[in-house]
Each structure stands twice: as structure tokens, then as C-alpha cells.
Design a protein around this ligand. Structure first.
Ligand SMILES: [Zn+2]
Length: 424
């Protein structure tokens, strides 16, 4: 029954104009609530000689991308979910590449066509991407001056999902992949339009790319992805190291991309479904005979994928419980404070101005100084992360600030930092 409701709702969202209306409404409400310029991450350009890659944040955690050859002035946009934010950049793109048909990746194509009638918009032939002008197949190569892309068909999240591989050699750098909702930092998209086996096979394809390939996902999922990875595989030191790094990045509102294929292979559980250590950590390996493990690797990997999802469900429930407990403790504390505190509490500084660096130090130090085991280190990190998110609202993906609020916060941080330096 539940599956049927989901299927209907998904079809209405993904395949009808109802989905477009819902997406436009989300954009409108988001901008009205948070302001036209509110973003989840600071705009950070990445330069590789003449090659510019600019992740453009929008909505709660989406990224579109501007890819530019700065010498030849060629621009390509990837995944225009919101045309307004890209039009504000004031450049005319040579083309738009779409990873898949979901509206948060393609909802701006129509407005871009209206603004630039001759523009070429590419998407996978199996996906019927909204407002596309050209359909591509696996292996198709597109060139725009020195910008050269290869379409890699990665079905699972949608039937025609495409990962766009940008060739870096002409810029004397490594390749990049724009992975949409296929591969994300320490996680992957849900297999909405394919079996788990299909998704696993498409993810295995990513592992065949060179290890130093940059990974540019369609969503800012670093923190959630690493928390899940740490919960699934608590003894994996690569997970813990990256989690600490991600917490620090998000404290500064910086994007956590790009990672590399090599990194993802070390900590992303969905790329590690064939790893003995992960299968053991999940308890899966202990339940299967050696012959089954050896004979049916795809089936085992798919099973492992499912178990990771179940474990993620456990984590979400745990987080909910922790939040509920903290909420209760906070409300009890507030009630006690209101009853006992002297009037001076009214002049206490607002929570948002608390220097975030202190939290990062605590988070980084926890596993080394206080936690005797990896599991308790993870728990400490999780609790610390929840505390950070709660105390400093700008880290939260569901509480964003306007530009004015960011500026006020930045000014407060600068003042706090200079005050700290002068004390030293
Ligand atoms: Zn999607």
C-alpha cells in the first residue's frame, strides 16, 4: 500500500507538470522565506589553470555547476535546477548538460531556453529530460572549444541518468565527473528507477575511473553521508578522518566537494559493498557461506547495499531520539533558568555569535583524547555534530540565513577573532 502511494506520488513528481509546479513553488517559497541570495554554502570557485569549476548552491542542498575555459571564454552549465541564480552570473553558456530528469536538476532548462533560444540542452536519451534539445547515449562525446565531455550512462536513480566526465588533459589537470544524484560524498542517490543490482553495477562503473578523478555531486551531502558511513563502518579510519574534515568545512559554510574517486573508494559504503571489512562490519559476512560469497558477488553487493540502507534507517531513528532528548533537556533547563536566573541573563550574547572554531577543535580532539574505541569516537562525533548544528543555525541544512544575516555573522566572527588575537 505504502509502496503504491510512493510510486504514484513519484510518477506525478517526476513525469508530469505537477512536478514542475511543485518545484517552482519550492523555489519561490524558499526565496521568499530565506531571501533571494540565501545559500547553503559559500560560493567557492576552483581553478585548474584556465579551467574554472564553480559549484553554484541553491535550494536546501543542491549544486549546479559552471564550467568555464577562461582563456577561450567557453561556458557550460551543469544541472540548471534554478535558472535565476545562473542568469545572475551574467554569462551566456555554450550548452547545458543535465544529469537526470528530476526537477531540481532540470527545472531551470525552460527559462534558459527562453533567455537563450539557440542554446543546446543535453540529457540522457532514456530520461526525457524536461526541455532538452539533444538526447545523448552512453559514450557520446561533446566538445565546446577545449571543454570536452563524455556521457557515462549510470542507470539506477533514474533510467537515463548520465554522469558527465570532463576531460582535464587539455588543461593539464585530472578529469572531473559531474555525478548528479548517482555518486555523492560518502553516499549515493536512491535507486528510484532501477533495481539495487542496477544501481550497484552503475556505482561499480565509477570505480573504474582513475583514482584522482574529481567528483562533483549534485547535492551537498558531505556531513550526512559521512555520519552514515561512520555509523556503518565505525572502524574505518578514512571515514573518521574525512568526517572531521567535513565538520570543519561546514562550520565555515564551505562546500565539501570535490572529493576524488580514490577517496570515495576508501570511505563511501556504497562503493565498498564488495569489501570484506564492510560486509563484516554489517554482520552480513558472518551469515553467508564462503561459496555463496565467492559465486554471487553482485547478489552479495546488492544485499550489502540494502543492509547499509537499513543501517541508515537505524541512524536516522537514533538521531531523532537524541534530538527529542536534547529538546526535553533544553526546555527543562530553560524552565529552570527562567525560574532561577537573575535579570543579567537578558544581556547574554546570542548563540549564533559563539566562535565555531571551538566546536571544531572539540570535535576533532574527541576521538584522540577521550574516546577509547572507534565506536565511541563516532558516537562522540555524532553528538558533537548535532550540538554544532543546533547551536549554530547556519550549519543546518534546514535553517539558512539571508545575506544580511551572513554579513552580520561574519562581522561578529571577525570582531571575535581579532579580540582573541589581541588577547594572545
Ligand atoms: Zn534526483
Amino acid at each position: 500500500m505504502g509502496g503504491c502511494v510512493f510510486k504514484t506520488a513519484y510518477t506525478l513528481y517526476a513525469s508530469t507538470c505537477i512536478g514542475r509546479c511543485v518545484h517552482n513553488r519550492c523555489l519561490h517559497m524558499f526565496k521568499r522565506h530565506y531571501g533571494q541570495t540565501a545559500v547553503h554554502s559559500r560560493l567557492t570557485p576552483f581553478l585548474f589553470n584556465d579551467l574554472l569549476i564553480l559549484p553554484v548552491p541553491f535550494l536546501v542542498n543542491n549544486y549546479a555547476y559552471v564550467v568555464a575555459d577562461l582563456q577561450a571564454n567557453n561556458f557550460v552549465f551543469v544541472d540548471v535546477g534554478d535558472a535565476d541564480i545562473l542568469k545572475r552570473l551574467g554569462v551566456r553558456p555554450d550548452a547545458i548538460l543535465t544529469t537526470h530528469r528530476h526537477w531540481d536538476h532540470s527545472g531551470g532548462n525552460k527559462a534558459m531556453r527562453e533567455a537563450y533560444p539557440a542554446i543546446k540542452i543535453y540529457g540522457g536519451e532514456m530520461d526525457n529530460v524536461p526541455d532538452h534539445t539533444h538526447a545523448v547515449r552512453d559514450g557520446d562525446v561533446l566538445t565546446f572549444g577545449r571543454l570536452k565531455f563524455t556521457a557515462v550512462w549510470t542507470p539506477g536513480h533514474t533510467r537515463g541518468h548520465i554522469v558527465w566526465r570532463l576531460h582535464g588533459d587539455v588543461f593539464h589537470t585530472t578529469d572531473s565527473v559531474f555525478t548528479g544524484d548517482h555518486l555523492m560524498l560518502a553516499c549515493c542517490g536512491a535507486p528510484f528507477e532501477g533495481s539495487v543490482e542496477t544501481m550497484v553495477t552503475s556505482l561499480e562503473l565509477m570505480k573504474t575511473l582513475p583514482e584522482d578523478t574529481w567528483v562533483w555531486p549534485g547535492h551537498e551531502m558531505g556531513l550526512g553521508g559521512l555520519e552514515m558511513a561512520a555509523f556503518v563502518e565505525p572502524k574505518n579510519r578514512a571515514v573518521l578522518a574525512k568526517l572531521v574534515w567535513v565538520i570543519r568545512r561546514r562550520e565555515e559554510m564551505r562546500c565539501t566537494c570535490p572529493s576524488t574517486i580514490g577517496e570515495e573508494k576508501r570511505y563511501n559504503p556504497f562503493l565498498r559493498t564488495g569489501e570484506e571489512s564492510l560486509q563484516t562490519a554489517l554482520g552480513l559476512r558472518q551469515q553467508l557461506s564462503e561459496s555463496i560469497l565467492a559465486e554471487k558477488p553482485l547478489m552479495i553487493n546488492a544485499l550489502c547495499f540494502d543492509w547499509i540502507l537499513q543501517k541508515n534507517g537505524d541512524l536516522l531513528r537514533l538521531k531523532k531520539e537524541i534530538r527529542a532528548k536534547e529538546k526535553k533537556v533544553n526546555s527543562d533547563t530553560n524552565a529552570n533558568t527562567a525560574a532561577l536566573a537573575p535579570p543579567a541573563t537578558a544581556t547574554a550574547p546570542p548563540a549564533a555569535t559563539a566562535p565555531p572554531a571551538a566546536s571544531a577543535t572539540t570535535a576533532a580532539a574527541a576521538p584522540a583524547s577521550t574516546a577509547p574505541t572507534a565506536a565511541s569516537a563516532v558516537t562522540a562525533l555524532l553528538e558533537e555534530d548535532l550540538r554544532i548544528r543546533r547551536s549554530v543555525s547556519r550549519f543546518s541544512s534546514d535553517i539558512l540565513l539571508t545575506r544580511e544575516q551572513h554579513e552580520t555573522l561574519r562581522a561578529a566572527e571577525t570582531a571575535a577573532s581579532s579580540a582573541g588575537k589581541s588577547r594572545v
